[in-house]
Design a protein around this ligand. Structure first.
Ligand code: PLP
Length: 381
């Protein structure tokens, strides 16, 4: 290898077993809502150490289904962090409710429980915590706040599947947790997602919601009869995608282990590089490293970050920036009156962030290439 190989910030791994699993299902007679869906739901629920999993066709659909299960309505407020993909807040807007942005901790970029508490009003219905980059949030503190104020606690775990907090699995840390199986995530079904919960009522509501609001799935229907009781969507995931998910899941543990090894190689080097700092890991958090994010030190880093980003892209590294704070998107400004200065920690961090290549098929020599290109770029200023 050398730096002629393009290294994206993330990439799926598909092997022969995955291909066979999909092909076998395609010829099995079931294309959608068949046995692989429930098998996949049970396997992901088991991994998460909860009772139920509801497979849907994206992480966004999983977030939407969760907001529906919580009974969110117009006029309600839900507290979300700005340092995330827009879908984490969009799901609140889908229900006609209002996302309220709580700033993040500067060391981890995870939602700051103190800021959450300051934003609670009589309209607040819940909190969506986002395990940014793959590190579980401070769910102990968030649970205390949620219980004190009678709020739901959701976990956007699209980055953190397979992680844990003091031995408690991601997926079991909130009332409902949401996963994405987009190709750039830890494991993929092409597009896909899942909501996991211990609560049978939420499970039931999400199942109805993903199938148009129809109260029974078609295999359970008595003859031709069914009823649509609520307004739902078609958010179903196909059987062959679930077969791919099951095959990918077998490799998840090994892949996360490799992600952690790559992170420790990066961490070791960044300890010596003055200008850059990796994000901090909270005590007890077992990071799943969907992303490896570093931050340029100091303030007003935007020009320096742009130069570093352009240099690394030019050299064949598919680096990225995660994320433009959600409250700065034009839709949010227009619709909800959000503004620059609203979440200063996230805004300041955004100017210095860069996501480096991180995926299990990376070799140690790839990491060496990334590190030497970064050192070159910093030396050039
Ligand atoms: C934090 C977070 N939440 C939600 C989503 C939405 O997932 P999907 O792309 O599967 O709809 C993503 C995906 O990029 C994400 O990173």
């Amino acid at each position: 290898m050398g730096n002629s190989k393009f290294l994206p910030y993330g990439r799926q791994s598909i092997d022969e077993c995955d291909l066979k699993a999909v092909a076998d299902t395609l010829t099995s007679g079931w294309l959608t809502t068949g046995p692989k869906v429930s098998e996949f739901e049970q396997a992901i629920a088991k991994l998460s150490k909860v009772a139920h999993g509801v497979a849907v066709n994206s992480g966004t659909a999983a977030l939407h289904a969760a907001m529906y299960a919580f009974g969110l309505k117009e006029g309600d407020e839900v507290i979300v962090p700005p340092m995330t993909f827009a879908a984490s807040a969009n799901c609140v807007a889908y229900m006609g409710a209002t996302p309220i942005f709580a700033d993040v901790d500067p060391k981890t970029l995870l939602i700051d429980p103190e800021k959450v508490e300051q934003l609670i009003t009589p309209k607040t219905r819940g909190i969506i915590a986002v395990d940014y980059a793959g590190q579980p949030c401070d769910y102990d503190a968030l649970r205390v706040i949620a219980d004190k104020h009678g709020l739901f606690l959701a976990s956007d775990a699209c980055h953190s599947i397979g992680g844990d907090l003091n031995g408690q699995m991601v997926g079991s840390l909130a009332d409902i947790s949401l996963y994405s199986f987009h190709p750039v995530k830890h494991m993929t079904t092409g597009e896909g997602g899942m909501a996991v919960t211990d609560n049978p009522e939420y499970d039931k509501r999400m199942r109805i919601f993903r199938n148009h609001g129809i109260t029974a799935d078609f295999r359970q229907r008595d003859g031709w009869f069914y009823e649509m009781e609520e307004l739902g969507f078609n958010y179903r995931l196909t059987d062959f995608q679930c077969a791919l998910g099951l095959s990918q899941l077998e490799k998840l543990e090994k892949w996360i282990e490799r992600r952690r090894e790559i992170a420790s190689l990066y961490n070791h080097e960044f300890a010596e590089i003055e200008e850059l700092a990796p994000l901090e890991i909270r005590p007890g958090a077992n990071h799943a490293y969907h992303l490896y994010v570093v931050k340029l030190k100091g303030s007003d880093c935007a020009p320096k970050r742009k130069a570093l980003f352009d240099y690394l892209r030019e050299k064949g590294l598919g680096v990225q920036v995660h994320y433009i704070p959600v409250h700065l998107h034009p839709y949010y400004k227009k619709k909800f009156g959000t503004y620059k200065g609203m979440c200063p920690v996230a805004e300041e961090a955004y100017n210095g962030l860069i996501s480096l290549p991180m995926f299990p098929a990376m070799e140690d020599s790839d990491v060496t290439v990334v590190l030497s290109l970064i050192k070159d770029a910093l030396q050039r200023g």
